[in-house]
Write a protein that binds this ligand. Structure first.
Ligand code: SF4
Length: 336
């Protein structure tokens, strides 16, 4: 156990955690909503520091980030735990373990060891992913500081529920994030994720204002968030906030407590992409349906194909100095 950051003691032995937007008020001997932060005698402890549950070398496209060092690899790590309880979680065995199984496991690993492994693997970046990185903030921050000194970039793949205070701590080391916009109504967030939408949108805006490269993902779930109205509302919000943010639309596959729902039809994903383009977004992608046109990057001005992909593989990239070679339009992103 290691003392947590971003909390303060409160009256009566309570502590107030302000790492994420739940802002838990935790009694002595109790845990926060995430199940990995515990009040012991009026001090808050993180129970997941250094407890690595997953470490893999992934294409950065798998995060998914399509406009951040395309074709590179990202050393991807996680601890157990999450502050959300999404009914469709693809990684529920590790994300919900502290709550569902009442246990926290992981291989004791130091930040130095993580960065050393990342360097050995040939990765250009480290991704904090698979579960929710916010809840292992202290570990991620120590790794990020070291990674930065070794010229590795840092990527959060996140539900966006961290507070501004958390982002202020990360702003000097966080290079990019893929943030889920899981739906666009408060009832959806409440029922499906056990959380709220508004803080997620605030985090995205704040990340952009800090200069973090942000891409967005919506998993389109049949009958839950796949209406034209809801998808268009998301697209309009992105267009108003920053139309250069790429939007990834992924097909749902039955999982966890939504195992009874069907797979998202490819036509729904394609239609969602059209909606994004109709609303003026520059880059809208399809995911989880390999072989679709929407996996590739097109110049938002002359519409020619610039980065051809199949699944997570970059087959061809003709971008030159972040510009379209045909019409010289700047293509948004980092190290394209
Ligand atoms: S990280 Fe979020 S869910 Fe966990 S204790 Fe802190 S405020 Fe609560």
């Amino acid at each position: 156990m290691r003392e947590a950051q971003l909390y303060k003691p409160a009256k009566g032995g309570y502590v107030d955690c302000f790492l994420c937007s739940f802002r838990c008020h935790i009694a002595d001997g109790k845990f926060g909503v995430c199940g990995v932060r515990e009040n012991v005698g009026g001090m808050l402890y993180t129970l997941v520091y250094g407890k690595l549950i997953a470490a893999h070398l992934d294409p950065v496209e798998k995060k998914p980030l399509f406009h951040f060092q395309p074709g590179s690899h990202s050393y991807s790590i996680a601890t157990v735990g999450c502050n959300f309880r999404c009914l469709h979680c693809q990684n529920s065995e590790i994300s919900q373990m502290p709550k569902d199984q009442k246990r926290i496991i992981g291989e004791e690993t130091s930040p130095e060891e993580v960065v050393g492994e990342a360097e050995k693997s040939g990765a250009s970046s480290i991704s904090y992913t698979y579960t929710e990185p916010t809840i292992f903030f202290e570990f991620a921050k120590d790794i990020s500081d070291l990674a930065r000194r070794k010229n590795l970039k840092n990527i959060f793949v996140t539900n966006g529920y961290m507070t501004k205070e958390c982002l202020d701590e990360l702003k000097d080391v966080l290079d990019a994030a893929n943030v889920d916009i899981k739906g666009f109504t408060e009832p959806f967030y409440r029922k499906i994720c056990g959380a709220r939408l508004a803080p997620v949108l605030e985090s995205i805006e704040y990340m952009r204002s800090l200069g973090v490269w942000v891409e967005l993902t919506t998993l389109v779930i049949p009958g839950q968030n796949d209406s034209e109205e809801e998808l268009r509302a998301i697209a309009k919000w992105i267009a108003k906030t920053d139309r250069t943010m790429p939007w990834h639309l992924s097909a749902f596959h039955p999982a966890y407590k939504l195992a009874n729902l069907p797979v998202t039809p490819a036509e729904t994903i394609e239609r969602a992409r059209e909606i994004g383009l109709e609303e003026g977004l520059r880059y809208v992608y399809t995911g989880n349906v390999p072989g679709m046109k929407g996996e590739s990057t097109f110049c938002w001005n002359c519409k020619k194909m610039l980065i051809e992909r199949h699944g997570f593989t970059v087959k061809k990239n003709v971008v030159e100095d972040s510009k379209c070679p045909h019409c010289k339009t700047v293509i948004d992103g980092v190290d394209l």
